[in-house]
Design a protein around this ligand. Sequence first.
Ligand SMILES: Nc1nc2c(ncn2[C@@H]2O[C@@H]3COP(=O)(O)O[C@H]4[C@@H](O)[C@H](n5cnc6c(=O)[nH]c(N)nc65)O[C@@H]4COP(=O)(O)O[C@H]3[C@H]2O)c(=O)[nH]1
Length: 684
Amino acid sequence: MRRFWSRSIRRQLMLGIALVHAVLMSIFVLDLVERQRQFLAEQSIAQASGLAKTLAANSASWVLSSDLEGLNEVLQSQASYPGLRYAMVVRPHGRVVAHTDRSKAGLYLQDRLSRSLFDDRPEPRLLLANRELVDTAYPIVANGELVGWARVGISQSAITAGLWGITRDGILYTLVAILVGSVFAFLMARGLTQGLQRLVVVADGIREGRRDMRAESARQDEIGQLAKNLNQMLDALAQRERDLSAAQADVQHLATRDTLTQLPNRLLLMDRLGQAILTAQREHHTLALLVIDLDRFKTINDSLGHHIGDQLIQQVAGRLSNCIGAGDTLARLGGDEFVVVRSEIAQPGEAGHLAQRINEELRQPYWIEGHELNSSCSIGISIYPDDGNDAQTLLRNADTAMYHAKEGGRGDFEFFSSDMNRRAVQRLKLENELRNALLRDEFRLLYQPQVDMRSGQVVGAESLIRWHHPEMGIVAPTDFIPVAEDTGLIRDIGAWVLREACRQQLRWCAAGLPPLRIAVNLSVRQVEPGLVDLVSRVLSDTGLDARYLDLEITESLLMHNLNANIAVLRQVSACGAQISMDDFGTGYSSLSSLKLFPVQTLKIDRSFVRDLVDDQDDANIVRSIVAMAHSLGLRIIAEGVENEDQLGYLRELGCDEYQGYLFSRPVTAAEFQTLFAGRAEGSA
Ligand SMILES: Nc1nc2c(ncn2[C@@H]2O[C@@H]3COP(=O)(O)O[C@H]4[C@@H](O)[C@H](n5cnc6c(=O)[nH]c(N)nc65)O[C@@H]4COP(=O)(O)O[C@H]3[C@H]2O)c(=O)[nH]1
């Protein structure tokens, strides 16, 4: 059965209709033949019975007279009856008196059928009725007495032959019916399945990827409706596929493009760089990678706002696109960092020329929303295969070279060298060691006295950190503070310095020194809302009077997040602590922005003090700083005073305090105490 349903609908229909025809016709023919047979059998029996009755009536007198000749004549008159097999007259006990076959006269019949006549009951009998023969007997009665039987046998073969003819015709009609039915079924099935077949072809085509295929059907029936629905479904599917591929393209674009500039992002860059390296490997040529970082972008972003910064980045991207060739890849890594991959260079100098061109191009002024902006860039270059065999290494090395270019002076470019790598590794080591330095208690503070110009008295001390590393020895703050700032460790280190400096001031007081102002350097990274909490907690923990705490900030604070920094410093100032502006004169602070800060002291950078005596320009700068500070009511401290000439000049210019090697180098707390006691005695 399962095999039947697995065939095509056309075959199912044809087979089904043929089967139904065969079964119905067979039943019909069999029934017809059987009824005919019964009817003919009943007729045969009636004929045989009638014949036996006639024979019995005609032969009664002959039997009584035992006239055999007469009997035979009667029998012969019946012999021509159609189908008659035999006719006979039999005595009640079985002796054949006369027979159509004369040779059988005188025989005794002892067979089972004949013996059934020996019971002497004078009733007509049907001895046999089958497909071969109908055998009937009729009693011959004379004077009320059974004197014999008239027996007639009629052959059924003619009837059987007739029935077989009917059966044969029936089979023939059945076959014709099956044939006609099958042809009809075939035509019907073809009409029905042609439409379906077309749908199957379309479905197969779609499965094989031919999305443009559609079912054609002019039919109005269910198949036509099905074709229409299928087409609608395919149209919807095609639309959905179009939407999906558009969405996928969008996702792909978003995943691989920088949203601001539409340039390839890091992901796509790494992919393209990987491909370029493979090609370079195969074709034995050299490629160059340039990492480009804008100088002072953060300042522009912070001071003029992100929307200006964004426009600047877009303009930079446009200019970079003009600098590169068709085979180059330009990507934005994020922020103000761009990358150019030149997939084939004849010699490294070519990359240098490209860097120069980029430098010149980016140095041209930008006009954004009425602002004229000037920027430069620092470029690091790495070369395949000299500086790395894979994308990561080349990018890292170009990055390292870029940082060197930045350190060496903005607006320049540098090729990567293995020495840079060594320094980068050293920096990494420093970074790891720095993480443990606080835990291992490796930091110490030195103190440099701050002296009043007029009285010569030590009035304050600047705390300066040192890192006593077990292997590297004493590490200067200039070597590790930038690393601490980059890693964020400066917060913990700065907190330790603040606490230690405050405690030391109190220890000196306890040792009999007068209360001195203690200055603590603050990194730009420390000026954040948490600073207020830290300062007030340290003050309350140590018990130091806030007015003796002097927090030194640098001018760079004026350039980043100006408003936020002012807010933090105002709160710190509200705690009672003083604030000094360190290294003043090296930055770009204007008088107007300085007024916004709660600053009490300006510290003149030692670079102005160094050549003060000989360099008129430096002298003029210091003079104007002093004048400006005093007009704002600020105290002036000169840093890096190394000789008496400098000291005399600064005193003349009106500086309030100084610090420097002339009075004392930075010393330990114990040395400071001794020094203070000695100077106090000396001045006394
Ligand atoms: N040539 C010369 N140099 C003199 C003279 N007098 C003092 N100096 C040096 O000048 C630097 C003064 O510190 P700074 O300007 O605050 O500059 C400091 C400060 O910015 C930073 N720094 C030091 N300690 C800390 C700290 O605890 N926290 C933070 N955030 N920065 C610190 O490190 C910088 C360097 O500190 P140091 O190496 O201790 O160097 C000190 C000091 O040793 C002199 O007469 N001649």
